[in-house]
Design a protein around this ligand. Structure first.
Ligand code: ANZ
Length: 985
């Protein structure tokens, strides 16, 4: 009997594998370790779609391949279980996010297991599990108790620093820290405890500072960046403001240089490394002080009668060589000196400008470079070399928290300064002569801003020097005169570690006299208390602040009520998999020594800077503490592409409001009462946008030519009209010319398909369960790989899926007779059969090594076709083929291996087939036979045939005889294996 019954086979082996625990990673096996990791998913309520497992299938193939090669493979899976969607759902429905999260996880696991992924589920971690987040809190406490010593270039325990303070104050301390006044040991001892704590916060790697959050007064909550779209809350479209709050930060900036250097050690794509480098954003330049001349401040050089300190403005520049071209100064609206510099006459204008700047995000300010705006402060700075007055402007293109928040503007050589100078009619000076382009010669108005290999002019002692030399020379001069210093700046910012939310890790911190004090390790985990409501309090605080009995301790101290951000748990999860059940340590020494770090990591590019940077930082910190022996967490990393879906868009809705507003009277219209921002009906979502409602049409409403019939639409519209939910709805079908007509004169609209992200909100999701139901998991696995290179984005297109399914059936039939009976012989294979097998071994092995799984699938198909036409059913060919295939299609392989070929043990650990070159050697060559250089015939000869033998055969060929008839053969050219040419005359 037996057809290829994938349903039965897959279920059977999945159960068997689970019962046998064959994917359990065992540190004592004596095999060398190999750690393959996927970025763990956030378990959303929607379940998996076919895009999610793409990476998991790829890593599964690699894991299985490594097991065949004799490695002890660690291939774990877990869940990034804290986060916003669960919290939002809790707010909407009042359900405990712990419950919904667990439900979602159960669904995810079921789906993942159905794909036959070889995870060691015994090592599953969940970041929201107190046994896990105990260690997230513990790592936080380690950072709280550490400082960064720049002399030793590593994190050290805070006790060392406190001992130093007690002995010599902070003299001689070179730390990565905030601005801290100098103090002596005596002063340190004399300080009250709170003051000492305040100072220590400047040094701690986890510290408190005032920082801006997105505050939405209408919703009464703080929003994450991703919840804010163009200055409005994503939910409800309410205005969002900046508000200062005391928050936790991690001092990742201390590691900026090491995070850069470490990139040289790892095998990641250049594109990914570049993203990290840009994010870290190292700039080498100088900080220069410009004395201020202000009607409010004492003039440069003068001493104020009241003893006020001389004011000066510190700028950061990467081009100190252009200092003679500086014609004005610009400071950020938030600059601390701003208020001091504004003169009475300028007060009103400047204050209005500052207010307006507050509302823009940093991104908007950087983005709208073309929009020039700014105000004159009324004060001037003195040029340190030319001793001239230069006006100080306030403008939002200068960012408050980069460099010093102030710049010397060099409009001759910086494009933003140039635009500003043009707009406000400020002087522009050229101080670098670059290699001017043809266009510039013709049009001197055009400026060249990229002149790093130019020559300095109009600059006194710098004249004639090249840019790099001039930079060094001018810094030397500035340092000599005490006007500034050489300086490296990083764009990287310390990481904000506080969220005003419920569903995250509570901080193991209590406040005493307003200062943070750590809980004792023995008090961990500090678990989330039960709350009555998950709703934000309206004060900006997290819902935890409402649980008085939790917040207030009997001894009068109070708990921190913020929670940690989503990435706190994902910072270090890869380490926990190595030792997930260790209750005494986050990771035991021996386990750490055995696995070291991740050999192969796969995930999406959306984590290129966030997670990947934060977890590298965390790894380096734990390395400094002596808990880890490697400097980087992920040796090799590959980004998988996205599987995209197809969405149909209907964008010509207009919103007719109650007041009759309707500016574009075309097409059909829908109006809603304005209370709802998103309306959903029968799977169509209507979302309010500035211009009206935009709707996504689910694929099943559209025919295969992208047509939406008017009748279909009308039925839908009618539904709306009669629906009690939407009483105020008016739906009008639009003006006729928009409709097209088919043969039967039915009006329709032709909708353009668009390839987009596969997502529930776009109505284009394909569920892997449906594919598995129809074709089986092995087909799904191979088909996902067959779609194209793993790294690329590609649309889900089911056209090829039948081909993959047919391949597996064909393979199945190699082992079975027509009547379905199993039939494999022990006969010796032919050369051709061995050649087909070894060609596949070679190609598939190379492809796996290069993570090129789509071409490997193609190689399997070729091999199955060849063996089918050779009618090969020999054990010596089919057994190695089954092992070769098992990483890709493990179920069918196990069935053939164990059940049909009669082995006792699983195919999983069978030694990987070795490729043998000798089988690929061709033993015949097909020669093209040329006469006077033109191919006239073909001849197959044994590869080792000599010239005489070849010549004899060639001359016998009918075609050759005809072409040389009556002519004289002058030469017979023979290059073995390649050329036969007869020269006749
Ligand atoms: C003079 C100058 C002349 C500059 C010139 C550039 C070109 P990166 O490379 O990104 O570090 N700058 C400094 N602080 C700034 C801030 N807070 N907001 C906006 N711009 C700021 O850029 C450093 C350069 O960006 C600095 O060098 C400064 O302009 C500007 F031909 O100074 B430069």
């Amino acid at each position: 009997m037996s057809e290829y019954n994938f349903k039965e086979i897959e279920k059977k082996w999945q159960q068997e594998w689970e019962a046998e625990r064959i994917y359990h990673a065992d540190e004592t096996s004596g095999k060398p370790p190999y750690y393959v990791l996927d970025m763990f998913p956030y378990p959303s309520g929607a379940g998996l779609h076919v895009g999610h497992p793409l990476g998991y299938i790829a890593t599964d193939i690699l894991s299985r391949y490594k097991r065949h090669q004799g490695y002890e493979v660690l291939h774990p899976m877990g869940f990034d279980a804290f986060g916003l969607p669960a919290e939002q759902y809790a707010i909407e429905t009042g359900q405990d996010p712990a419950d919904t999260t667990n439900r979602n996880i159960a669904r995810y696991k079921e789906q993942l297991k159905a794909i036959g992924l070889s995870f060691d589920w015994g090592r599953e971690v969940r970041t929201s599990d107190p046994e896990y987040y105990k260690w997230t809190q513990w790592i936080f406490l380690k950072m709280f108790g550490s400082w960064y010593n720049r002399r030793t270039d590593k994190a050290e325990p805070l006790e060392n620093l406190v001992a130093h303070f007690a002995k010599s104050g902070n003299e001689g301390v070179d730390a990565a820290c905030g601005k801290t006044p100098e103090f002596t040991a005596e002063e340190w001892h004399a300080m009250p405890w709170e003051e000492q704590q305040r100072i220590l916060l400047h040094y701690r790697l986890a510290y408190l500072a005032e920082a801006e959050v997105n505050w939405c007064p209408a919703l009464g909550t703080v929003l994450a960046n991703e919840e804010v779209k163009e200055g409005l809350s994503e939910r409800g479209g309410h205005p969002v403001e900046k508000k200062k709050m005391r928050q936790w930060f991690l001092r990742i900036t201390a590691y900026a240089e090491r995070l850069l250097k470490g990139l040289e050690e790892v095998d990641w794509s250049d594109a990914l490394k570049e993203m990290q480098r840009n994010w870290i954003g190292k700039s080498v330049g100088a900080e220069i002080d410009f004395p201020i001349y202000s009607p409010y401040a004492p003039a440069a050089g003068a001493v104020d009668e009241v003893g006020q300190e001389k004011l000066s403005l510190k700028v950061f520049t990467t081009r100190p060589d252009t200092i003679f071209g500086a014609t004005f100064m610009v400071i950020a609206p938030e600059h601390p000196l701003a208020q001091q510099l504004i003169t009475a006459a300028q007060q009103e204008e400047v204050q209005a400008y500052i207010e307006q700047a507050k509302r823009k995000s940093e991104r908007d300010r950087m983005k709208n470079v073309k929009e020039v705006s700014g105000v004159f402060s009324g004060s001037f700075a003195i040029h340190p070399f030319r001793t001239e007055k230069m006006p100080v402007w306030i403008a939002d293109y200068v960012l408050a928290d980069y460099g010093t928040g102030a710049i010397m503007a060099v409009p001759g050589h910086d494009s933003r300064d140039y635009a500003f100078a043009q707009h406000f009619d400020l002087p522009i000076l050229q101080v670098v002569r670059g290699k001017e382009s043809k266009e510039q010669e013709a049009n001197p108005e055009l400026h060249s801003f990229d002149d790093k290999d130019g020559i300095i002019i109009n600059s006194d002692f710098l004249d004639g020097l090249g840019v790099p030399v001039a930079i060094d020379r001018v810094i030397e001069e500035i340092e000599k005169k005490g006007m500034g210093v050489r300086k490296i700046n990083y764009r990287l910012r310390d990481a904000n570690f506080s969220r005003q939310r419920y569903w995250g890790e509570p901080f193991p911190i209590v406040y005493e006299k307003g200062m943070p004090v750590p809980l004792d390790e023995s008090e961990l985990p500090l678990t989330l208390p039960e709350v009555e409501s998950y709703k934000p309090l309206g004060t900006g605080e997290s819902p935890l602040a409402a649980v008085e009995e939790w917040v207030k301790l009997p001894d009068g101290r109070t708990r921190e009520t913020n929670t940690m951000p989503g990435w706190a748990g994902s910072n270090w999860y890869y380490l926990r998999y190595m030792d997930p059940h260790n209750s005494g340590e986050f990771l035991g020494k021996e386990r750490e020594r055995f696995w070291e770090n991740v050999d192969f990591y796969m995930g999406g590019t959306e984590h290129a800077t966030g997670h990947l940077l934060y977890s590298r930082f965390c790894h380096k910190f734990l390395f400094d503490c002596g808990y880890l022996s490697t400097k980087e967490p992920y040796k090799k990393l590959v980004n998988q592409g996205m599987i995209q879906g197809i969405s149909y868009w209907l964008t010509s809705f207009q919103c007719i409001r109650e007041d009759g507003y309707n500016d574009l009277a075309k097409s059909f219209f829908i109006s809603f009462d304005n209370k709802n921002d998103i309306l959903r009906k029968d799977g169509i979502e209507y979302k309010r946008q500035a211009t009206g409602y935009v709707s996504r049409i689910p694929n099943e409403y559209i025919d295969d030519r992208g047509r939406l019939y008017k009748s279909r639409f009308e039925a839908l519209a009618n539904d709306f009209r009669t629906s009690a939910d939407y009483q105020n709805l008016h739906i009008t079908l639009g003006i006729e010319p928009l409709w097209e007509y088919d043969e039967a004169n039915h009006p329709y609209l032709c909708l353009k398909p668009e390839v987009t992200k596969m997502s529930k909100s776009k109505w284009n999701v394909i569920n892997p369960d449906d594919v598995i139901e129809k074709y089986g998991a092995d087909t799904l696995r191979m088909y996902e790989m067959f779609l194209g290179p793993v790294e690329q984005h590609k649309p889900w297109n089911t056209e090829g899926i039948d081909g993959v399914f047919r391949f597996l059936m064909k393979l199945w039939r190699l082992f079975h007779q027509e009547n379905g009976n199993f039939s494999v012989t022990d006969d010796a294979p032919t050369k051709e059969e061995l050649k087909s097998l070894h060609k596949a071994i070679k190609k598939v092995t190379e492809d796996i090594e290069h993570i090129s799984f789509n071409t490997a699938v193609a190689a399997f198909m070729i091999c199955a076709n060849e063996l089918t036409s050779l009618r090969c059913n020999k054990r010596h060919v089919l057994e190695p083929l089954v092992i070769l295939l098992s990483p890709f299609a493990p179920h069918i392989s196990e069935e053939l291996w164990r059940h049909r070929l009669g082995h006792d043990e699983t195919v999983t650990f069978q030694p990987y087939p070795q490729f043998d070159e000798q089988y690929l050697k061709e033993d015949e060559v097909e020669y093209p036979v040329s006469i006077n250089g033109k191919v006239r015939a073909k001849l197959s000869m044994p590869i080792d045939a000599g010239k005489d033998e070849v010549e004899k055969q060639v001359m016998e060929l009918e075609n050759v005889k005809r072409w040389i008839e009556g002519k004289q053969v002058k030469k017979f050219i023979f290059v073995p294996g390649r050329i036969i040419n007869i020269v006749v005359g």
